[in-house]
Design a protein around this ligand. Structure first.
Ligand SMILES: Cc1cc2nc3c(=O)[nH]c(=O)nc-3n(C[C@H](O)[C@H](O)[C@H](O)COP(=O)(O)OP(=O)(O)OC[C@H]3O[C@@H](n4cnc5c(N)ncnc54)[C@H](O)[C@@H]3O)c2cc1C
Length: 569
């Protein structure tokens, strides 16, 4: 087996991974990037509406303190104040840096970066490029990676993080030494030895039947980290975006960006009522995502939905020119997939699984409890608490991608390579070979069944009964063996087969955490415990790996210093 060596291995070429690679390289480290998707095509390109930063261009009253308050309040006070504080204070610098690297943001009439409204932000602070912000950010970062000659192995998948051989040495006890990977292009298994790994593998939207997420986001990164001994936190916090496409079936779940509501789009039920008046009279369509998503869900459930089981989203009153200028991708998306002209017709929308607020637990330096393992972006947790504000994820991937790069470079400059544990390697090779020898089912059967369970029982409304059913279903799926045949080259059936156990582990973490939290908070809604209970549940739920078994633990949210407390309402 080929064994490559690099000081820092970045797993994932989305915004967080590429930003981390750039910074680690600028700090003098030798860096390589591994990515399941082709360079430039990671999930980040799908981001549409914009990136939140308190530049104060649209409203001079805006500053990081208001952004801090909005983020903590909408995260229902369980986000990590330390990380949020870094996020909101550092993101304006990251925007300027992107501009210096060539990103072209839309401008206002004074030539400054334009900023639009997004739900639950006090001021207009979302910087945008029409409705294609993700593409602009990712391609700008990609140029910087190429300019630095950073090695990128794309269409290659990390299947396991390997620990150190020398576990008797206290220093190496809980430390990473490398990864096992598959190169899909060449159809080869290989290993990469690294002093530090930055995991930037994105979220887990694809664990749900209806999702806005790209094919890459089945949450395998969480399983990799958990398996290596890291902790998962807030896994019950899955965000359902209020507006995904519902029709045609093949496009169900595709995102209809919040920018539509930010630019004045209104929500109507089948009776033509602007129903947000009932749910949040003050903020209306620009209320927090969890509130709008539950409002749409409720209208549909109570019989006021459209023919295809959605609500109407209408922006026609803004006029054709405005729509084409501000929402070109939305115009194309509806025209191509649904033959709907959004300049003249209403869009049909319903909630879609969108973002994983939970993830691998890190500190503000992106360090995990495993030495040498750093995590950034949607793969990590801490910044968004119980509910992510729109635009804050792109802020997160730039701020914490950079922080991961700096800290991994510092760590690797003081660390020697550890030898990879040979037993772990041979076990992994056996595991990878197993689907070819089993006469089990096609792995898509396992995946589809898990997605259905998650959508029906661990979705926008949860109950004890439903969650128990979900857990039972997942346990059953765990006993099924997946089968694959053919060669290793572009064998996505085999990839699904070897990732099935990891995917089920992440489903388990979501369901167990949701069962544990007996209240409703932000995106986590339990209809059997519909109230938020600050007396008992100002905690983060942590999943630990205790010799292969998942153990849950409640940890009180860290106390905030007085000067930050004063910023809150
Ligand atoms: C349709 C849509 C619109 C959005 N719009 C906005 C918006 O306007 N504003 C905002 O702030 N946020 C938005 N978001 C959210 C935001 O885009 C994502 O949260 C963010 O881009 C995640 O970036 P990331 O770098 O953490 O992960 P990703 O971009 O998901 O990248 C993950 C990378 O890891 C790779 N990978 C995964 N597993 C492995 C493995 N085992 N081995 C090797 N590589 C692996 C993937 O191939 C990929 O390269 C949107 C999301 C969606 C779905």
């Amino acid at each position: 087996m080929e064994i490559l060596k690099t000081e820092i291995l970045v797993v994932g070429a989305g915004g967080a991974g590429l930003r981390a690679a750039i910074e680690a390289s600028d700090h003098g480290a030798q860096v390589a990037v591994l990515s399941k998707s082709v360079l430039g095509k990671a999930h980040t390109v799908m981001a549409e509406g914009g990136i939140a930063a308190a530049l104060g261009n649209a409203d001079p009253k805006d500053n990081w303190k208001v952004h801090f308050r909005d983020t903590m309040v909408e995260g229902q006070m369980i986000a990590d104040w330390d990380m949020v504080s870094a996020l909101v204070q550092e993101v304006p610098e990251r925007i300027k840096e992107l501009e210096a690297w060539g990103a072209l943001f839309d401008r206002d009439e004074n030539g400054k970066i334009a900023q639009r409204a997004f739900g639950a932000h006090t001021y207009k602070r979302t910087c945008y490029v029409g409705d294609r912000i993700g593409l602009e950010i990712l391609h700008t970062l990609e140029d910087q990676v190429i300019a630095r000659n950073i090695e990128v192995r794309d269409e290659a998948i990390a299947t396991k993080i390997i620990g150190s051989n020398d576990k008797n040495n206290n220093k190496n006890k809980n430390r990473i030494a490398g990864v096992i990977c598959v190169d899909l292009k060449r159809g080869e298994v290989f290993a990469i030895q690294a002093k530090a790994i930055i995991l930037a593998t994105g979220g887990a939207g694809r664990l749900y039947k209806i999702t806005s997420n790209s094919w890459e986001t089945a949450g395998y990164g969480y399983a990799l980290a958990f398996d290596a001994g890291a902790q998962l936190q807030d896994m019950e916090m899955i965000q359902f975006h209020p507006t995904g496409m519902v029709y045609p079936q093949s496009a169900a779940g595709l995102l209809v960006t919040e920018a539509v509501r930010g630019e004045g789009g209104i929500l109507l039920n089948s009776k033509g009522e602007r129903f947000m008046e009932k749910y949040d009279k003050k903020r209306m369509e620009l209320s927090a995502r969890d509130i709008v998503a539950r409002a749409v869900y409720n209208e549909i459930k109570e019989g006021r939905g459209t023919a295809h089981g959605g609500a109407w989203l209408d922006i026609t009153h803004k006029g054709a020119n405005y729509i084409i200028k501000k929402l070109p991708s939305m115009y194309d998306q509806f025209n191509t997939f649904a033959h709907v002209d959004i300049k003249k017709e209403k869009m049909e929308v319903a909630p879609t699984a969108h973002y994983t607020m939970g993830g691998v637990k890190t500190n503000i330096n992106c360090e995990t409890s495993v030495a040498g393992l750093f995590v950034a972006g949607e793969a990590a947790t801490g910044v968004h608490g119980a509910n992510r504000l729109g635009g804050n994820s792109l802020a997160d991937i730039l701020v914490f991608g950079r922080r991961a790069g700096i800290n991994a470079a510092k760590y690797s400059s003081k660390t020697e390579y550890a030898e990879m544990d040979k037993d772990e390697i041979s076990e992994e090779l056996k595991r990878m070979d197993a689907p070819f020898k089993s006469n089990g089912v096609h792995p898509s059967e396992i995946k589809k069944a898990a997605q259905k369970i998650m959508w029906e029982h661990a979705g926008i409304m949860k109950t004890e009964h439903g969650l128990r059913q979900a857990l039972e279903g997942i346990e059953k799926l765990k006993t099924m063996k997946a089968h694959a045949d053919g060669s290793l080259q572009y064998n996505l059936t085999w990839v699904e087969a070897i990732q099935a156990a990891g995917m089920l582990l992440v489903c388990e973490a979501i369901v167990r955490s949701a069962l544990e939290r007996k209240e409703s908070r932000g995106a986590h809604y339990r209809s059997d415990f519909p109230k938020q209970d600050d007396k008992s549940w100002m905690v983060n739920i942590i999943c630990r790996n205790m010799k292969g078994k998942m153990k849950l633990e409640k940890k009180p949210v860290p106390q905030m210093p007085e000067e930050l407390k004063r910023l809150l309402p």
